[in-house]
Design a protein around this ligand. Structure first.
Ligand code: BT5
Length: 318
């Protein structure tokens, strides 16, 4: 009902609309409308009520709630269902659990903070209020060995979105970081459930320091607000990410990674640099040459040999 009332307000932008008109259109009593307007106020909507004129929406909150995110969201399947929470342990865990219980592709789980935000290999992801923490359930028809490419595809979608919405020159640090001048502003964690040669579902988890206070971030991190020197609209950025992520995932399904590789290169802060990479219990050093069609980073070792690396952490890049 709140979503329907908001749609009416959107149609009457900057104008009053009477409780009677709303109640007639939605087929419920005026008292019921009043209760829903109160519920919207609780969510942070500023709604003026003037005798004889009715209600007017004065300001919308920058909150990651379905009422805001689904308004004019231009996607076919991603975010058609959005579950939003003030606080969760981890949006990836909640999305994984939902997917295990048959939740359909495209459902998005969002939280305003996380109590146990996760990075790769059990690392911690600092998730205070002000950031964006979201997880998408995807069910592409791919083999487990192709999943690394979904992380790269997602990084392209997020990087493009940050550039479009904030004007900040975000770059991709292979494999799953978005950085601004060497400082990390976003991390992506892709998890999956798979059988031997088929992925059941994927959870793409994205954490972005949007308006996050710098004091609550670890060393080496930054926020978009700090880099752009202005407040960030979390709603606008999240909608753009969902739209771009769907676009690139569909492109990937149709044409494979090859089509997206050029764009990945354009945003890459890694290719062409001398890198030191920690992967499993091995440290590799050399020149980052390319990502291949499997999503592996191709490195020319100092010995002259080439090596393909599917996952790891870049510790130094010059
Ligand atoms: C990542 O791991 O970068 C993946 C982070 C994914 C977070 C999202 S939030 C929504 C969804 N739900 C979850 O529970 N997770 C996902 P990794 O490459 O392993 O990097 C982790 C490292 O980044 C940590 O060890 C810190 O050094 C650093 N770090 C932690 N919190 C950070 C933050 N908020 N901003 C920048 N760097 C951070």
């Amino acid at each position: 009902m709140e979503e329907k009332i908001l749609k009416i307000f959107t149609r009457h932008k900057d104008m009053h609309v009477s409780g009677e008109d709303i109640s007639r259109e939605l087929g419920v009593s005026r008292t019921s409308i009043w209760k829903h307007v109160e519920a919207l106020r609780e969510l942070g909507y500023e709604i003026e009520a003037t005798p004889h004129l009715g209600y007017k929406l004065v300001a919308r909150p920058d909150r990651l709630i379905p009422e805001e995110l689904k308004d004019d969201l231009k996607t076919k399947f991603l975010g058609k269902k959005i579950l939003s929470y003030k606080s969760l342990d981890s949006t990836n865990d909640t999305a994984y659990h939902l997917a295990e219980n048959g939740e359909k592709e495209g459902t998005v789980v969002i939280a305003e903070r996380q109590r146990k935000g996760k990075g790769r290999q059990g690392r911690h992801w600092a998730s205070p209020a002000g950031g964006i923490y979201l997880s998408c359930i995807l069910k592409p028809d791919i083999e487990p060995k192709e999943v690394a490419k979904i992380t790269l595809v997602s990084a392209v979608a997020v990087c493009a979105s940050i550039r479009e919405v904030t004007d900040v020159k975000a770059m991709i640090k292979w494999p799953n970081d978005i950085i601004i001048e060497r400082k990390k502003v976003c991390g992506i964690l892709t998890e999956m459930r798979a059988e031997q040669d088929k992925v059941d579902f994927l959870i793409v988890g994205i954490g972005i320091n949007a308006d996050t206070p710098m004091g609550s971030l670890p060393k080496g991190a930054t926020s978009l607000a700090k880099e752009a020197d202005t407040k960030i609209s979390k709603v606008a950025l999240t909608k753009k990410i969902l739209e771009n992520l769907e676009h690139y995932v569909l492109l990937f399904k149709k044409e494979g990674f090859d089509k997206i590789r050029d764009e990945w290169h354009r945003y890459s802060a890694t290719i062409g640099h001398h890198v030191k990479i920690q992967c499993h219990n091995e440290r590799i050093e050399g020149q980052a040459l390319d990502v291949d069609n499997d999503g592996a980073l191709v490195v020319r070792l100092d010995s002259g040999f080439q090596k393909r690396i599917l996952s790891g952490d870049i510790i130094i890049a010059h």
